[in-house]
Write a protein that binds this ligand. Structure first.
Ligand code: ZN
Length: 332
């Protein structure tokens, strides 16, 4: 049993409270590799932003759970080495699908977990979330739960269609589960193909997806004033990265994300955690494809992973400063 506090990590409670009051959102970036981890830490330190480093079940399968935990511990040390005396780094489990997985993460030093029972019947979702909360809170680990279903595919999470969160359920759910934050469904979606072209409108040659359901978000905020709300599936799928990938041998068709203005608007509300994964994948792949196409003789992974890391760092900084507004928001 390792407690996250001994690793220098923090839970989400204080940073969410400040984010809701301050009208900004904390970035939640997924990581699977050392380069992603380094880019996230560099971006957070340079912008003086709190950051949530999150690990999905797929990441645990890919990289090994222990390695990821030690990488997060390394992230704290690395942030200090880069000159940040008091980094605020959360190690979060993304889309935990069972009590056992959440417990395993809590026991190995995670400071926050998500229990995703959103696909279950309502009462089963409540019971599962409450069980995880009861365990997690003994160790001051914060818990995110989910109501409503997001469409899209990401790692081991997939759903054909979305079901918006029902505002009439949120008070009962938050009260009975005791969860610390709530992921909701208001039109964001997992993956790099969030919408079909048919769902979008063509504006100046660009496919614009349907707007997020801000009316539902407003109703939820009215029912749970000041309660931390989380948006999943919030990559914006930048067209320049998609174009670079396609220009250098890739084949990504109709990749469409959430426009950044919509996320900026959401960040100013009770939405205090915004999950971004696909944009990091795109930034990494675009830089690697470009580098290898332009330097066909290179075969040292450091030669192409260095520009990949740079490109991810640039993307993370852009999100923090221009979309989420969490720059300069460290407690001390
Ligand atoms: Zn998600």
């Amino acid at each position: 049993m390792v407690n996250y506090k001994d690793l220098g990590l923090v839970n989400t409670r204080e940073m969410f409270k400040r984010a809701v009051a301050g009208g900004y959102a904390i970035p939640a970036f997924n990581f699977n590799t050392m380069e992603q981890m380094q880019a996230i830490v560099m971006a957070a330190v340079e912008t003086k932003s709190p950051v949530i480093m999150q690990v999905s079940k797929g990441a645990r399968n890919y990289a090994n759970a222990s390695i990821l935990r030690y990488m997060a511990e390394g992230a704290v040390a690395y942030a200090k080495e880069l000159g940040c005396a008091h980094p605020e780094i959360v190690l979060h489990l993304d889309h935990g699908d069972s009590f056992e997985l959440c417990k395993d993460c809590i026991d190995m030093g995670f400071s926050s977990v998500m229990i995703d029972g959103s696909h279950l019947p309502y009462e089963e979702n409540v019971a599962l979330a409450k069980k995880v909360v009861d365990y997690a809170h003994q160790f001051d680990v914060t818990v995110e739960a989910e109501l409503g279903v997001l469409a899209g595919v990401e790692d081991e999470v997939s759903a054909a269609e979305s079901h918006y969160t029902k505002p009439e359920e949120v008070i009962d759910f938050a009260t009975r589960t005791g969860c610390d934050s709530l992921a909701i469904s208001i039109g964001t979606s997992h993956g790099a193909h969030k919408f079909t072209p048919e769902q979008c409108t063509l504006v100046n040659g660009v496919l614009v997806p349907p707007p997020l359901a801000f009316d539902i978000l407003a109703e939820i905020e009215k029912k749970l004033p000041g309660f931390p709300i989380v948006l999943h599936g919030s990559s914006s799928v930048p067209m320049d990265e998609v174009n670079t990938i396609n220009q250098f041998g890739g084949h990504l068709e109709a990749a469409i994300g959430i426009p950044e203005e919509q996320l900026r608007k959401a960040a100013k509300s009770a939405v205090c955690k915004i999950n971004i994964d696909s944009d990091s994948r795109l930034a990494m792949t675009a830089a690697i494809r470009k580098h290898l196409a332009e330097h066909p003789g290179d075969f040292d992974p450091r030669q192409y992973l260095k520009p990949a890391r740079e490109n991810m760092k640039k993307m993370y900084i852009h999100k923090i400063v221009n979309v989420l507004g969490s720059d300069g928001k460290l407690a001390q």
